[in-house]
Ligand binder design. Sequence first.
Ligand SMILES: [Zn+2]
Length: 143
Amino acid sequence: MPDKKQRKYDIAYLKMAKEWGKLSYCKRKQVGAIIVKDRMIISDGYNGTPTGFENICEDENGDTKWYVLHAEANAILKVAASTQSCEGATLYITLSPCKECSKLVHQAGIKRIVYHKAYKDDSGLQFLAKAGVELEHIPELED
Ligand SMILES: [Zn+2]
């Protein structure tokens, strides 16, 4: 259980992740992520199409295109393209990772996840718990 001070930071970063999610072009779901390491923000991301593709995330049926990258995947890939690493970092995310992203999160070396909403399929969370990643659910984000 994190101490009071840590809790304050957790809420502040999670709120930032929420703000970041608002930048997403996706209509169905907007997810934001912030990666923090040694008290520094080393990355951010929101769900969206890959570089070079039009920003629209949904097809003509309103379904999310398969190639849309999730917020945490975008944030992790941004770190991969930098000189930083996610080893020992904390991921702040507005929606708990899906099973596909949970593999990336663990393999990237992220040790802690603080999330706001729980994704309907909890396979990702179950996998992460098994992998030894610390999970923190903060359902209330007062303004
Ligand atoms: Zn995902």
